[in-house]
Design a protein. Structure first.
Length: 477
C-alpha cells in the first residue's frame, strides 16, 4: 500500500482537472495566441473617398500606382502582427481578385492592365514572411443585380469557394453583418431588404468553409469561430466570457450589450475579436492623415482588448498609391515598441511562489512562473476560492499584473483580487478596473506599489481555477 502510494505521487503529482465545457478548438487557441492581426480596407472606396460605395463606381478609378503587398507585410512583421485580413470584396461588390463569376473586379481596372490579383499578391507576401492570411467577403453586395434572390446566394457561395481554393491556407473568414438596404443593384438603384437571419444561408456558408479550410476561424457577430466585440473601437469588456448561447446571435443581429461580456452561461466557445481602425474611417481619406491614432492610444487599445481576453484586429486604410501611409506604419511600430518595453521585464522572475492549496506537484504554484503555456497551477476539485502568493527579494515597484488561464480546460475564473504587501500588511491595489474574468489573458493596470510580495486570490470560479501564468511589471517608469 505504502509503495503504491509513493509510486502514484512520484509519477503523477496529482490528476488533471476535467475540462469544463465549452472549450476552444486548437485553432481557436492558436487564433487567440496570435493576439494582434491587421485588417486592410482597400478598393474603389479608396479612390472615391467613400466608406460604403454604392456599387456603381467605374473600375477605371481603381488604379494604385505603387501597390506593394511586401510593404504592408513588412510593416506588420515589424509591429509584431501575426496575420492579416483583406477586404477581398466590400459592400460595393468590387472584387480584389479576378473572379470568374463577375466582371466587376481588378480584371476590369487599369491596375497591372487588368492582370493583377491583390488577394494572390497579399497571400504570397504573407507566405514569404510567415504571416497568416484571412479574407473579408461581404455578404451584402450593392453592385450585383441578383442581390436579394437565390442566384446571388449561389454567386456568393461560388466566390467563397474560389477564394478558399485558390490562395493556399486561409486562417480567418470575415462575415460582416452590415446590410444597409439601398444600392445600385445592376442599375435598379433601390432599397432591397433581406431577412438577415435566413437569406444568406449561413449554415451552408459555414459548411463550405469547414470543408475547404477546416482550420479557418469564421468571424461574424455571433461566430461560430469568433464573435464581434460589439463596438468598432477595439475595446473588450472588462468582464469577457469567451462563450455564447448557441444559435442566439447571427450577423446583423439586433445586439444589445451582450457581445462584449458574452454569455456567462453560454454553451459554445466564441471568443471576442476587437476591430478598430488606426484612423477614423476604414478606408483611406487624405484628410485623416493628421488623425492617425498615436502609439500611446494604440498601446491603450492593446490593454483594453488583448489585456481583456480579446483579440485585436487593427485596420490599415491602404492609400491611393497602394501603400500603408508612413505615419500609420511608424505609429504601429512605435506602439509595439512601447508595449514590448512596458511588458518586457517580468518582476516575477526570481520570486518565490506558494499557494493556499494545490492538487499535486504537477499543479503547484511554481507552474505559473515556468513560462510553459501548457503547465498551470490548480487547487483541488471543488475549490472555487484559493490564492497564490509571490515573495520578492527586497521591495519591487509594480503597476501591472498579467494573468492567464489554461483555456484548453475552459474559462473558469469569475472574479479575483490583487493585493500587495508593503512590508507591514496586505493592501488592495488601487485600480478602476473590475477584477472579474481572466480567460486567455488579463492585464490589470493599477497605481504603482512598492511591494515585498503580491497575492492573487481567485475569489469565485465556475470550477477549480487553472492558472498558467502570472507576471508583474513596472510599465510607467
Ligand atoms: C462594418 C462595415 O460596414 C464597415 O465598412 C467595415 O468593413 C467594418 C469592419 O465592418 O460592418
Amino acid at each position: 500500500m505504502a509503495l503504491a502510494l509513493v509510486a502514484a505521487c512520484s509519477c503523477g503529482g496529482g490528476r488533471a482537472p476535467e475540462a469544463l465545457a465549452p472549450v476552444p478548438s486548437p485553432s481557436q487557441i492558436s487564433w487567440q495566441q496570435d493576439e494582434i492581426w491587421a485588417f486592410i480596407h482597400f478598393g474603389p472606396n479608396t479612390f472615391s473617398d467613400s466608406e460604403w460605395g454604392y456599387g456603381d463606381a467605374d473600375p477605371a478609378i481603381f488604379n494604385p500606382s505603387r501597390l506593394d503587398c511586401e510593404q504592408w507585410v513588412r510593416t506588420f512583421e515589424a509591429a509584431g502582427i501575426k496575420g492579416v485580413i483583406l477586404t477581398a470584396k466590400h459592400h460595393d461588390g468590387f472584387c480584389l481578385w479576378p473572379s470568374e463569376f463577375t466582371d466587376y473586379s481588378v480584371a476590369a481596372s487599369p491596375y497591372k492592365d487588368g492582370a493583377g490579383d491583390i488577394v494572390g499578391e497579399l497571400a504570397q507576401a504573407c507566405g514569404r514572411h510567415g504571416l497568416k492570411f484571412g479574407i473579408y467577403l461581404s455578404p451584402w453586395d450593392r453592385h450585383q443585380a441578383s442581390y436579394g434572390t437565390e442566384d446571388y446566394v449561389r454567386y456568393y457561395q461560388e466566390q467563397l469557394r474560389e477564394l478558399l481554393t485558390r490562395y493556399g491556407k486561409i486562417s480567418e473568414v470575415w462575415l460582416d453583418g452590415a446590410n444597409g438596404g439601398d444600392g445600385w443593384y445592376g442599375g435598379a438603384c433601390e432599397t432591397r431588404n433581406i431577412d438577415r437571419r435566413t437569406y444568406y444561408d449561413f449554415p451552408k456558408i459555414h459548411s463550405i468553409v469547414h470543408e475547404l479550410q477546416p482550420e479557418a476561424i469564421i468571424f461574424s457577430d455571433g461566430g461560430p469561430g469568433c464573435r464581434w466585440v460589439g463596438n468598432e473601437r477595439g475595446i473588450a469588456s472588462e468582464t469577457n466570457w469567451s462563450f455564447l448561447r448557441e444559435g442566439v446571435v447571427y450577423p446583423g443581429y439586433p445586439y444589445g450589450n451582450e457581445l462584449g461580456p458574452g454569455h456567462e452561461d453560454g454553451d459554445v466557445w466564441i471568443p471576442a475579436e476587437c476591430d478598430v481602425s488606426i484612423r477614423r474611417g476604414w478606408f483611406y481619406h487624405s484628410e485623416e492623415d493628421a488623425l492617425v491614432k498615436t502609439p500611446e492610444q494604440i498601446a491603450d487599445i492593446y490593454y483594453r482588448s488583448v489585456g481583456r481576453n480579446g483579440k485585436l484586429l487593427i485596420n490599415f486604410p491602404v492609400d491611393r498609391e497602394g501603400l500603408i501611409h508612413p505615419v500609420d506604419s511608424a505609429n504601429i511600430c512605435e506602439a509595439f515598441r512601447i508595449i514590448s518595453e512596458q511588458l518586457g521585464n517580468d518582476i516575477m522572475a526570481g520570486a518565490r511562489a506558494s499557494a493556499s492549496e494545490s492538487r499535486g506537484r504537477r499543479f503547484s504554484a511554481g507552474k505559473v512562473l515556468d513560462g510553459h503555456p501548457d503547465s498551470y497551477w490548480s487547487p483541488k476539485d471543488g475549490t472555487l476560492n484559493a490564492s497564490l502568493e509571490f515573495t520578492f527579494k527586497g521591495k519591487k515597484n509594480i503597476d501591472r499584473i498579467l494573468l492567464q488561464e489554461y483555456i484548453a480546460l475552459g474559462q473558469r475564473v469569475k472574479s479575483f483580487a490583487i493585493e500587495y504587501n508593503d512590508g507591514d500588511s496586505w493592501q488592495p491595489v488601487s485600480t478602476s478596473e473590475q477584477q472579474t474574468t481572466i480567460g486567455y489573458k488579463r492585464i490589470l493596470r493599477f497605481d504603482p506599489v512598492e511591494a515585498t510580495a503580491l497575492r492573487v486570490t481567485i475569489t469565485d470560479s465556475r470550477a477549480c481555477p487553472c492558472i498558467s501564468s502570472v507576471r508583474a511589471y513596472l510599465a510607467e517608469k
